[in-house]
Design a protein around this ligand. Sequence first.
Ligand code: SF4
Length: 465
Amino acid sequence: MSEPVTFLGRAGPAVGTPSAIANRAGARRFTQLRTDAAARYAPFDAMRDRARAIRLHTLANLGGYLRQFADSVEAAGGRVYFAADAAEARSIILGIARDVDARKIIKSKSMVSEEIHLNDALEADGREVVETDLGEFIIQLAGEAPSHIIAPAIHMTAANIGRLFERRLGIDYTDDADELNRFARAHLRRVFLEADMGISGVNFGVAESGSICTVTNEGNGRLTTTAPRVHVALMGMERLVPTTADLVQMIEVLARSGTGQNLSAYTNIVTGPRRDGDPDGPDELHVVILDNGRSRALAGPNAEILACIRCGACLNACPVYRAVGGHAYGAVYPGPIGAVLNPALDGVDPWSDLPFASTLCGACTEVCPVRIDIPRMLLGLRQEAMESGVGFGWIRPGMSAYARAAEHPVLWRAFLALGGIVARTIGRRGHLERLPFHASRWTQHRSLRAPAPESFRASWRRRRG
Ligand code: SF4
């Protein structure tokens, strides 16, 4: 059977599965941790305002900060590349791997590397690539894509992982999370020592110093960027902050929003390759800065989405994401951020159904550390999808029929009277169990109250005599 290609086609079968249940539990836990962190720290909201101001200021002056960042990286001994799209970024990194003869490559978590399908390109060139973030390591073994931007294996239970390790790594089955963790750590420790090249993402690049900041809770980011002889940092072009003082603000707000921590366990700041006298660090540092649709997004109505710091809080809070899990979105970036970011990067056409995967409840904006107004953007994208004729085909004729009826009182009364008769005919004990046509989706999982026997208009007339 071929893979369903729409959000609804993927989401329907996902609801209620063990993966979706694990996903929901994980997302709820993260949301609670974030809520507790916000309650513990009174200036949190003021901190969010400052973080938003820093991000918007950076985006408004991105060209200048990119030049400053590139100059600073090169002054510190690194090399900078600008990649216009995914193909160019893959080719640059492949070129570096060939130049330094990197046979074994380790990676720390990077959503941008998922965006450009980097592992496939390196593996097709005969290179071994090992993910070192525990969640990424698990889904790499499972042959899956991340289902969450900070917790890639959030949809898997310890039992799933135990069976996966048994099958792929030959250990005895266990569902003891600590034991699985210990095994993965010992396995990866060997890999760190053997690797020729480390590829990391970038949480923030600092324009004034050329520093690259990665935050992790496992220490794998630090090992990936310091143990191998070559470090390649892959960064979306928007991930800059002007100064180190700004960086401090951002990492505080990121940790609290993502995992409810005051700070992530490891905040790793790298400035240039190893210098004389340094005890460790790579001989070479290459920084690849990716556009891949970001310039277009910056010039569009949803430029503010580039202020996102990938904390994942909007996914955790979203009732739709919680119910269906990340894979239902069929995109690298799932959840509310993905419903805006994927169309912003690639255009609306391939992702025309994602902006509709939302209840517009606003929970995403409430938790967003940089207060991005995602519901407003989703409405704009829905309108764009409808105008370009790629949205749901029935909405336009449905809405114009509604508008025509609403503009003509006689028609409207006839429409209501007819609806009342139909509802009373097919209603059972005051509820409609099955609606026809597109409305049938509503009654697939719940019933609808049947209209009252007397309409509001009739009741109004009667009461006023
Ligand atoms: S949109 Fe906001 S809440 Fe969602 S991942 Fe980005 S920064 Fe976090």
